[in-house]
Design a protein. Structure first.
Lengths: 114, 117
């Protein structure tokens, strides 16, 4: 398996623009997670899905952030409008439902909002 | 309250020596799992080792071992024979299996390890 795939790897945009981050989880994994990592706040869980259904979105910072999982092999995290404080590395991860269920992380998307 | 505490923001170790990275946790769930991840400067998050709360023996994976002290609620990572490539940020995390939010991993703030030649 190719592992968790994220695109783009780097994104530079201007304040006010819409940003869409994409994730393809490992095939067969039931859970999908979106994280944000910054120096100030560390690694934060934004939202996670179980079988394509959002389970906990309490970490989503504002209404400007939205996430969807239309099917088991694809998820998006959208920021509209983007702000400079959204600059961070965004990780997607996936895991199985059963067993120890370690999360496998994608390579991350480094977002810079100017 | 912090569920995962890593008290060492930064650590140094001499190459070829062993090093222990501390992690304490807090949970009332009798069934839980503890994880360690490594994040090198390249940024990816790499799973290292897992310990289940009911596991009788401490987990080991190559040069990594987990010093699990259940009564003290600690799950320290021990890296033996440190190598320069071990320089990275290390995260401790916990999953509560009986929680209503059981899919979630709770991460600590991380410890930066520098291996000196």
């Amino acid at each position: 398996d190719a592992g968790v795939i994220q695109s783009p790897r780097h994104e530079v945009t201007e304040m006010g623009q819409e940003v869409t981050l994409r994730c393809k989880p490992i095939s067969g994994h039931d859970y999908l997670f979106w994280y944000r990592q910054t120096m100030m706040r560390g690694l934060e869980l934004l939202i996670y899905f179980n079988n394509n259904v959002p389970i906990d979105d309490s970490g989503m910072p504002e209404d400007r952030f939205s996430a969807k999982m239309p099917n088991a092999s694809f998820s998006t995290l959208k920021i509209q409008p983007s702000e400079p404080r959204d600059s961070a590395v965004y990780f997607c991860a996936s895991s199985l439902r059963v067993g120890r269920a370690e999360q496998f992380f994608g390579p991350g998307t480094r977002l810079t909002v100017l | 309250a912090q569920k995962i505490t890593q008290t060492q923001p930064g650590m140094f170790v001499q190459e070829k020596e062993a090093v222990t990275l501390d992690c304490t946790y807090d949970t009332s769930d009798p069934s839980y799992g503890l994880f360690w991840y490594k994040q090198p400067s390249s940024g990816e998050m790499i799973f290292l080792i897992y310990q289940g709360s009911y596991d009788q023996q401490n987990a080991t994976e190559g040069r990594y071992s987990l010093n699990f002290q259940k009564a003290r609620k600690s799950a320290n990572l021990v890296i033996s024979a440190s190598q320069l490539g071990d320089s990275a940020m290390y995260f401790c995390a916990m999953r509560e299996f009986l929680s209503s939010n059981t899919g979630k991993l709770i991460f600590g703030q991380g410890t930066t390890l520098q291996v000196k030649p």
